[in-house]
Design a protein around this ligand. Structure first.
Ligand SMILES: [Fe+2]
Ligand SMILES: [Fe+2]
Length: 193
C-alpha cells in the first residue's frame, strides 16, 4: 500500500488465505464487483445529472471499472470459467443501511459509503497482490490495486465540493467505525467482501 488507508481495521489474514484457496470463486465475485462498481457510478449520474463535476467524475469511474470488469472476464474465460448471476453482497447491503433520507444527507452518505467501499476493496486487492506468487495474476492485481487505491479519495473530493469539511469528517468517522464492525461481524468468504 503506497497511500494512507483510512480504514479503522485491516482485513484478517484468514480472508487472504480463504481467497487464495478458492481463487476461481474469488475471480467470479471480483468480476461481479467491478460490474456493480461501474453500475453504481452510472446510477450516480442518473440521480445527479445537474452536478457537473460529479457527472464527469462518475462517467470516468464507470469506464475505468468497466475496463477492470473486461480484464477480469478475460482471466475468467481463459480459465474455462463462466460468469454467474449477480448475488446480493452482504457487506454492501450492511453499508447501505447507513444511507439517510433527505436529499442533502442522502448525497453525503452515498458519496462517503461509496468511498469506504472503495477503500476496503483497494486494501483487499493489495493483500491479494502481495500474497500471490510472481506471475501474470500478481502483475494484474498489482495494477488493479494501483488503479483502485485512490478511488476513495475521489468520493471524498466530491463530498468536499458540496459539503463543509467538519460535516464530512464527522460523518466519515462514523461510517469508518461502522464499516470496521461490519467487516468483523460478516463471515469470511472467497469474495471481495
Ligand atoms: Fe475496479
Ligand atoms: Fe474502484
Amino acid at each position: 500500500m503506497d497511500y494512507e488507508s483510512p480504514l479503522k481495521s485491516p482485513s484478517p489474514q484468514a480472508w487472504t488465505d480463504c481467497v487464495l484457496e478458492n481463487f476461481d470463486t474469488f475471480l467470479l465475485d471480483h468480476a461481479a464487483a467491478e460490474k456493480k462498481a461501474s453500475g453504481m457510478a452510472l446510477s450516480m449520474v442518473s440521480h445527479y445529472p445537474d452536478k457537473a463535476r460529479l457527472v464527469l467524475a462518475m462517467a470516468e469511474l464507470a469506464v475505468e471499472e468497466m475496463v477492470h470488469f473486461r480484464e477480469v472476464v478475460k482471466i475468467i474465460q481463459a480459465r474455462g470459467l463462466t460468469l454467474g448471476a449477480d448475488e446480493k453482497d452482504p457487506y454492501v447491503n450492511s453499508i447501505r443501511t447507513l444511507l439517510r433520507q433527505g436529499s442533502e444527507l442522502y448525497l453525503l452518505d452515498r458519496l462517503l459509503t461509496a468511498g469506504v467501499i472503495e477503500a476496503r476493496g483497494a486494501e483487499r486487492f493489495g493483500l491479494i497482490a502481495k500474497a500471490l506468487p510472481e506471475g501474470e495474476l500478481k502483475t494484474f492485481y498489482r495494477s488493479i490495486t494501483r488503479s483502485e487505491d485512490r478511488h476513495f479519495e475521489l468520493f471524498l473530493g466530491l463530498a468536499a465540493e458540496y459539503f463543509a469539511a467538519d460535516i464530512i469528517e464527522a460523518r466519515w468517522q462514523e461510517i469508518l467505525t461502522f464499516e470496521s464492525q461490519a467487516v468483523a461481524e460478516l463471515p469470511i468468504r472467497a469474495a471481495l467482501h
